[in-house]
Design a protein around this ligand. Structure first.
Ligand code: NAI
Length: 289
């Protein structure tokens, strides 16, 4: 089956790599040609590393690369059996693209969203055939993180749910079925991890590096909350918090932080912009006090 991925940013590029490594022809589409070029360049580097490690043969790496079509036009999705959307976390934009996608793909094509927090039922509401909508939520970095949340909406057919789950299982991921509720499982559980860390900082109890140090060295977490938010991107992380907060009828447990909002507004998005809670231009960050 040919797999379409819309959005070649952090998540889309990773999801496309997973699909290609599983043997699918992949069409990767982004509005921005530079992002596509970057995704292509990164794939070459990743495959070189896999060859060096002996995970993939030289011929295997070449085959994976050849499975890719890079495009700025969604019309190239016309022969895909599934399209996974991984663009900006904004419902209006997602509505526009899903309407467009449905006009291009076949009647059988599954339409999936990698949204972190938006209701799948609402994304599907703009489709003529909403039974084909499903949430398929990968984690960052998609090629390395084993878990994928599968989120059927109220409109999703049993066939689509089963087919989506089987497909992602065949990509050697561990799938978990989730209800279509704000933040699904992982992003809901993770809200207090980020939110309390930001509150500790705002209350003047400790700085970013000290909190990260405590959580990793003493708490046993692989990444501290500020390192992780910088990794995810403060734009995405703030938007998800705001969306979960709103969706839970402004439950104060999920209240977003002004500190994070100001970082987002300043363009301090994290690793991808070179600066977030840490300044990555200064070299490797040692989040220790
Ligand atoms: P990103 O900002 O890295 O990439 C988004 C890409 O979409 C950009 O390259 C942009 O040019 C492209 N784009 C925007 N509008 C478009 C359109 N109309 N048509 C085609 N391409 C378009 O964002 P990221 O981090 O990859 O997130 C994408 C989605 O995945 C969001 O819904 C986010 O909530 C979700 N997600 C993000 C995770 C993360 O850790 N960053 C983890 C899991 C899900």
């Amino acid at each position: 089956m040919k797999v379409g991925v819309l959005g070649a940013g952090t998540m889309g590029a990773g999801i496309a790599q997973v699909a290609a490594q599983a043997g699918h022809q992949v069409v990767l589409v982004d509005v921005n040609r530079e992002v596509l070029d970057k995704a292509k360049g990164n794939l070459v580097k990743v495959l070189d590393r896999l060859v060096e490690k002996g995970t993939v043969s030289v011929a295997g790496a070449a085959e994976i690369s050849e499975r890719f079509t890079y495009s700025t036009s969604t019309t190239d999705f016309s022969a895909c059996g599934i399209v996974i959307e991984a663009i900006v976390e904004n419902m209006n934009v997602k509505h526009t693209v899903f309407k467009e996608l449905e006009s291009i793909v076949s009647e059988e094509c599954i339409l999936a969203s990698n949204t972190s927090s938006l209701p799948i039922a609402s994304i599907g509401s703009v489709l003529n055939n909403p039974s084909r909508i499903i949430g398929i939520h990968f984690f960052n970095p998609a090629p390395l993180m084993p878990l994928v949340e599968i989120i059927p909406a109220v409109q999703t057919s049993q066939e689509v749910m089963t087919a989506a789950k089987q497909l992602i299982d065949s990509w050697k991921k561990i799938t978990v079925l989730c209800k279509d509720t704000p933040g699904f499982i992982v992003n809901r559980v993770a809200r207090p991890f980020y939110g309390e860390a930001l509150r500790i900082y705002e209350e003047g109890l400790a700085d970013f590096a000290t909190i990260d140090w405590a959580m990793t060295k003493l708490g046993g977490f692989r990444m501290g909350p500020f390192t992780l938010m910088d990794y995810i991107g403060n734009d995405i992380n703030y938007t998800v918090t705001e969306s979960v907060f709103t969706a839970f009828y402004y439950d104060p447990r999920y209240k977003p932080s002004f500190t994070q909002k100001r970082h987002f507004e300043a363009g301090y998005l994290g690793r991808k912009s070179g600066r977030g809670y840490y300044n990555y231009a200064e070299g490797i960050v040692q989040p220790e006090p």
